[in-house]
Design a protein around this ligand. Structure first.
Ligand SMILES: [Zn+2]
Length: 424
């Protein structure tokens, strides 16, 4: 069946009939060449056959010319398409059905994501279940999260206290209490649906402003990773994104801290400070090329130092002792397995000496930039230690004392802590 242009004359109909007359035995697949049709019909007043052919279409009654979806005729507009169509065994789908299929695929994808989100990202009333330390940790990782719930595709990179084992423990506990959801694996259909709607989430683009490679994720897309769950309040209201941070702030500022939280936060402060001191020891070890063994005596010493001394005073002491140790090792040419204990011994003896004398470490040395202030430390200082924006100038004991002065304590905690004070 041929579809002719509207304004066609009888002679042009004949020309078009010749144009679409097929002949399987001929080389081109058609009976008449374009040249011969023009030679035959142009003198009789027909327009050129290529002009007419462009405005016509051809759809013989064979399977190759029907849309497999709607069964409507799917004609071709050129001889080349005709040949391709008759020689291929591809299923034919008409333009309308292609856009219908696309539309349906998009709708299906939307429904799949919607379902998945409903099942996996439910809002939970977790605010009552998390303790002060967990609330602080959650604030550390959510305060910069203004858009959807996606936090990171690699939870190991999230920095809270800067101490890996402690950060992982806090994250796990927040996942357990349903403040966070970790999607380790995505079902194939969800991954495909997200990709269809929002593109490949693994695509990395270069960010000119920061000069870094970043992953852009549409907030509606779903990828493997860690998510902040929406929060249900007592009133039944659901809160998301930055509004959760506001509520967390209120919680840590107004809620009475339990005895349990007091001891776990105390320990965290101590751990952060000890970790900082360990970083300083590594720093002087490198600078003065002094071997220092990560031994039990060193850890015990740092534990004691973190509790009672300020990191910036200790850094001065470490530097002096490392310099002396280096000179001593050089002079003494002690074997490595002995030399690596000198620094710890030398610092330990010195601290013992000043403690016996009842004097203090007076000189300070500015901490190197490699000793970073963790988000936990920064947030804690901002909330409780007015004016002391880092802990380089405070011992763990001093940090805890300032904190307890600035925080509301639960009855049980008050009782135990006042007992401790009277016993001293
Ligand atoms: Zn169709």
């Amino acid at each position: 069946m041929i579809c002719y242009p509207k304004d066609v004359s009888d002679i042009e109909i004949e020309a078009l009939n010749d144009y679409w007359t097929t002949d399987t035995s001929s080389h081109s697949g058609f009976t008449f060449s374009i040249k011969s049709i023009d030679e035959n019909y142009k003198p009789k007043g027909s327009r050129s056959i290529s002009y007419l052919a462009q405005r016509s279409s051809f759809g013989p009654n064979s399977n190759n010319f029907f849309c497999s979806d709607c069964n409507n005729k799917a004609p071709v507009k050129t001889r080349t398409s005709y040949i391709n169509r008759t020689q291929s065994d591809q299923i034919i789908i008409c333009g309308t059905c292609i856009s219908d299929r696309k539309e349906r695929a998009l709708n299906d994808a939307r429904a799949i994501l919607e379902n998945y989100k409903e099942e996996n990202f439910r809002a939970w009333p977790y605010i009552e279940n998390i303790n002060t330390e967990e609330a602080l940790a959650l604030l550390c990782i959510t305060s910069s999260n203004q858009k959807g719930g996606f936090l990171t595709d690699n939870p190991c990179e999230l920095l809270i206290t800067g101490i890996k084992s402690l950060d992982q423990k806090l994250l796990l506990s927040l996942i357990e209490k349903k403040a966070l959801t970790f999607i380790r694996d995505l079902p194939d259909n969800v991954e495909r649906a997200s990709e269809l709607l929002y593109g490949d989430y693994n695509r990395i683009s270069y960010d000119r402003r920061s000069g870094r490679h970043i992953k852009y994720n549409n907030p509606e897309s779903i990828a493997r990773g860690l998510y902040l769950n929406a929060l249900t309040l007592d009133s039944g209201i659901e809160v998301k994104g930055s509004d959760i941070s506001t509520i967390l702030y209120q919680k840590v500022q107004t809620e009475a801290v339990s005895l349990e939280s007091v001891s776990s936060i105390k320990q965290t402060i101590k751990d952060i400070q000890t970790n900082k001191l360990f970083g300083l020891v590594m720093e002087v070890s490198e600078e003065y090329r002094v071997p220092i063994d990560n031994s039990n005596p060193l850890r015990a010493l740092l534990d004691h130092l973190a509790e009672h001394y300020q990191p910036q005073n200790l850094f001065y002491t470490f530097r002096v002792k490392a310099r002396n140790t280096a000179a001593f090792i050089h002079k003494d040419s002690a074997p490595h397995y002995i030399a690596k204990h000198y620094f710890t011994k030398s610092v330990g003896n010195f601290i013992q000496y000043i403690e016996n004398k009842g004097s203090e470490l007076e000189r300070v040395w500015t901490l190197p930039v490699s000793i970073e202030t963790s988000p936990f430390e920064a947030l804690f200082s901002q909330l409780y230690l007015h004016g002391h924006f880092n802990w380089h100038k405070l011992s763990a004991k001093e940090i805890v004392a300032r904190w307890l002065d600035n925080v509301k304590l639960a009855e049980s905690a008050l009782r135990v802590l006042s007992d401790e004070t009277t016993q001293k």
